[in-house]
Write a protein that binds this ligand. Structure first.
Ligand SMILES: O=C(CO)COP(=O)(O)O
Length: 132
């Protein structure tokens, strides 16, 4: 499966904890991330991750483009709901595209843990996409 990992700055400690806790599961999949998130996770876990641009510099849009092109199966995006983001339109566009294409999307650590367990149990598929 192809998994995208993204976190806003105040959520980066959470995504690092998540990546450490679920490292063995994540290592079985193809991982993508926005720039800074990817760099931090690679540094902390040694996971192999394909890095896009940093979120505010177009990374969210690159991930959104992958969603639209059926190149992702799961998006974990730990959003900071309490801090205004300069690239809020990009954030909204990515979330919207996940809904347009029925891509599983976790926006907080609890839902992310459920998704990663489902991923490990082979319960995530792109059947919705393939039927379009
Ligand atoms: O801003 C982001 C998501 O909107 C994340 O980008 P970085 O991983 O580059 O910090």
């Amino acid at each position: 499966m192809r998994v995208a990992l993204i976190a806003h700055d105040k959520k980066k400690p959470e995504i690092i904890d998540l990546a450490k806790k679920y490292r063995d599961i994540l290592a079985k999949h193809t991982l993508y991330a926005t720039g800074t998130t990817g760099t931090l996770i690679i540094g902390e876990t040694g996971l192999s991750i394909i890095r896009m641009k940093s979120g505010p510099l177009g990374g969210d849009q690159q991930i959104g483009s992958m969603v639209a092109d059926n190149q992702l199966d799961l998006v974990i995006f730990l959003r900071d709901p309490l801090t205004a983001q300069p690239h809020e339109p990009d954030v909204s566009a990515l979330l919207r595209l996940c809904d347009v294409f029925s891509i599983p999307l976790a926006t907080n650590k609890t839902s992310a843990e459920i998704m990663l367990k489902a991923l490990d149990a082979n319960q995530i598929s792109n059947k919705y996409l393939s039927s379009k």
